[in-house]
Design a protein around this ligand. Sequence first.
Ligand code: CDP
Length: 225
Amino acid sequence: MKALPTAKPTAAALTIAIDGPAAAGKGTLAKRLAVHYALPYLDTGLLYRAVGRRAAEAGIDLDDPQAAGAVARALEPSALDDGSLRGREAGELASRIAVHPPVRAALVAFQRGFAARPEGAVLDGRDIGTVICPHAQVKFFVTASPEVRARRRTDELAAKGRDVDYETILAEVRERDRRDAGRAEAPLKAAPDAHLLDTSEMDIETAFRAACDLVDRVLAERGGA
Ligand code: CDP
C-alpha cells in the first residue's frame, strides 16, 4: 500500500494514538476525539480487515506470510470504503493475516503518512503508540475485561439485528486477544507512556471526558490550548 503524499507536520499538529483489544471502545472514543479536536481519523483495523477480505476472496492461504504480504502491498485506500468490513468475519480474517510481518510492513508507510498530516490526526489500532506513532503527543490504551467487551459486542450486533450468542462472542474475543497479544511482530501492548483507560466500569461519555481532560492538559502545556 502506497504512502500518502504528506507535508512535514507543523509544530501545532496533534497526533493522538489509541490502542487496545477488540471491542474495548477505542473506535468510538477515537471518532469522538477526532470530531471534538477537528482532526482526521484513521481506523487502522480497516486496513487489516481489507487485506484479510481480499486474501480470502482471492483464495490465498491466510497462513502464508508472503502471499498475504503481496495483497497488502497492492491495497488501495479506496478498499477501505466497504462498509461490510466492520463485520465479524472480516475481523477474524484481519487478525489472522495481521500476524505476518510482510503484511504489517506493507501497511506502515500509509499509516505513518496519515499520522504526519500537517493538521494532526487520530489513529486507532493495536500498535499505534508502540510502532506507528511512537512520538504521538497523546497515547491511550483503552481496555476492559473480556466479559464486558463481549457483552458490548453482543449488544452492538443484536442492535443491528444479528442473531448472536454471548458465549460465542466471548470465545471470539478471547481468541482475538490471544492472537493479537501473542504474535511476535507488533503485539498488542500498551506503550510505556500510554494513558490507561479501563472502560470496564465506564460508559463512553465518561471515557471521552477523561480523554479530553488529558488532551487539553497536553495542549495547555504546549501553549496551544
Ligand atoms: O474493532 P475491533 O477491535 O474488533 O477490530 P479492529 O480494530 O478492526 O482490528 C481487527 C484486527 O486487525 C485485530 O484483531 C488485529 O489483529 C488487527 N489489527 C492489527 O494487528 N493492528 C492494527 N493497528 C489494527 C488492527
